[in-house]
Design a binder for this molecule. Sequence first.
Ligand code: AMP
Ligand code: MG
Length: 298
Amino acid sequence: MARTKHSDRAASRRPVKTDEPSLGGFREALRVGADFALSDVDTHGTPNYDGGKQDGKRDLGTAEAEQSDLLERLYAESTAGAKRAVLLVVQGMDTSGKGGVMRHVVAVNPEGIKATAFKAPTEEELAHDFLWRIRKALPMAGQLGVFDRSHYEDVLVVRVHDLVPEEEWSTRYETINAFEREVVDSGTTIVKVMLHVSSAEQKERLMERLDRPDKYYKYNPGDVDERKRWHGYMEAYQAALTKCSTDAAPWYVVPADRKWYARLAVQQLLLETLRDMDLTWPAADFDVAAEKARLAAT
Ligand code: AMP
Ligand code: MG
């Protein structure tokens, strides 16, 4: 036991510190391109990362400070009138780790987050166009919006279960691309992530939910029936990923059989996006010297 502890600590010692960010390249490694095939993805893999579980957990923790700083800058610039926001869309089969991403990556910054979990639509939502509830959940300027499931359900579960006729769902890919283009043009950077688990891994995770009273609440008997449609879901994902991975809003597929890797990869995808935004602190809209003098005089 003590031995394990010791080697854990040794593994957590960081290499030489430089000014360069220690990680990078996750977007290139995980992006869905023209010839993408979901069936080629090794769900157990750790693309673009050489470390193991302990390294991954350490790197996740190390990057939290930078993530917080960048998100605070995003919020700060909005107080000076900037209109930018970021939207992180997280999709994946049941047990793929969407909740874990919310708890471990997103929860780092409770302020400035607008998180929404999309369930089966209510009657009111069904009475509107499928993007109606999505538009209402978009982040405001300065916010990080996070979708746990999204408008993609309307070409995933809806397609697999024929909840609307094919003539209808088949036009939605174009509708989604146009919608996302509009969101991006309004100043919101979109990061779309599919957490990709294997069917075998899902079976283990569902079994664990049945073995643990503290996980019963996540279990739904319907999850077992959905497993019978695994192939249909993978086909629907393949279509959504390839038809809707655009320059404006690319898709990233994250192997998710190892939870620690999936969390690190999503965090890094978000970080790389934030770094690219050149987020700077807004200048004071008051005379700093005059304010100092006024304050000193009190
Ligand atoms: P969970 O995320 O495990 O709490 O489950 C939410 C459920 O809502 C999943 O079974 C989704 O497939 C379902 N859901 C989400 N959006 C839609 C939609 N637009 N149409 C039908 N079902 C949906
Ligand atoms: Mg569920």
